[in-house]
Design a protein around this ligand. Sequence first.
Ligand code: CNA
Length: 403
Amino acid sequence: MNRSKSNADKRSERPAITRRTRSSSTAQPSQCQDSGLEKRRKQPDSDLNQDLSQKTVNRQARPASEAKQTKTSPAASQPGSAPNGSSATKSCSGLAAVAQLMKLGRCKNVVVVAGAGISTPSGIPDFRTPGTGLYANLDAYNIPYPEAIFNIDYFSNDPHPFFSLAKALYPGSHKPNYIHYFIRMLHHKGLLLRMYTQNIDGLEKVCGIPDDKLVEAHGSFATASCHLCYTPYPPEDAKHIIMSGSIPKCTFCTATVKPDVVFFGEDLPQKYFLHAKDFPKADLLIIMGTSLQIEPFASLVNTLRSTVPRLLLNRHAVGPFERVPLRRGDHMELGDLENTVRRFAEMLGWNNDIEELMKSQEQEFIPTLVSTIPCRSRAGLSGSEGSDSDTDSKCSASSCPSN
Ligand code: CNA
């Protein structure tokens, strides 16, 4: 399975991007829960949602495009809502509802699905935010359409646009922010089943989320290889050559070497297929800072059992959260992600712990590429389920032979 554009993107005027298979994997995502919906309704997971009086939507700052949802606000149409639709007395925000579930101990296998929005507070622009997103600022790259910069066929002919962008994106000059540490805290509390990130900035690892809890679905800059024959190339050498404005060449076939960031038309890493095991096990899905536009990643959120709560934290509704009414058990909190996550942490009573963790990590961690290079011995598909206490010891820089 390889990375491709969304249907919305395909409908745009841009030329279609052909998809190629980079690996021979034939693994498929787990079956969509909808097929087994009826059978699963009576499973204990449904208790989770009974703790919630209703689906909740809270918008801190709602774009005009979503205004139409007000009339048919799912919160107003749920059993338990006040007759006039004002549910303030009976309901709490989606955030509070999910925090309540977590405090009740109902969420012990949390899956986080994240995108570029979790790193914008670190100063890394996302793709699609109007004005600040990379797609709105591509004039300098002289490319025919935004996605060309991540298109493997385009790269094959002209790697310069991507390498210009890579200079700005290479890990090392940015620090993880509160959102990353919130996710690390989920792990610290023993609640994180897995984090699936589309980000390529490596900040998840820098903040201390262990490799076995992390799936970098769109690859990373931590390794590099030939884009044609896939011969590995020393990542630090690739970085040095790219940063100095040159093009690294494969020592085997002389084709261009690129960091192992997954382009449109390339396969996702094998580790991505952990989702087939993880999603059936999850008891809470938190979706953060993504437009859910890139397939197959975007469809992951639909592979969760229908009785399991999903919480979207984003600036605006995306993917299945654009649907009105929302699915039972869906919650969203719209607005600035860092603010939202801080409020979430406060509801959970985690804020001080996170602040402390950030302080201690920032003293300890020097955010360099070296610290984000995955250790071969702990990569692979058999993730441990331990929390910080056991996994951190396996993942310290000093215990990793590749460091
Ligand atoms: P995207 O399409 O740009 O979507 C980002 C989403 O996050 C949008 O819905 C934004 O509204 C939202 N968002 C951004 N900032 C905030 C904020 N402060 N508060 C609340 N919401 C916010 O990016 P996706 O991740 O969905 O797309 C996947 C691409 C982006 C992946 O292939 C990545 O490789 C690629 N990307 C990664 C990085 C990175 O690694 N940091 C940066 C830019 C692009």
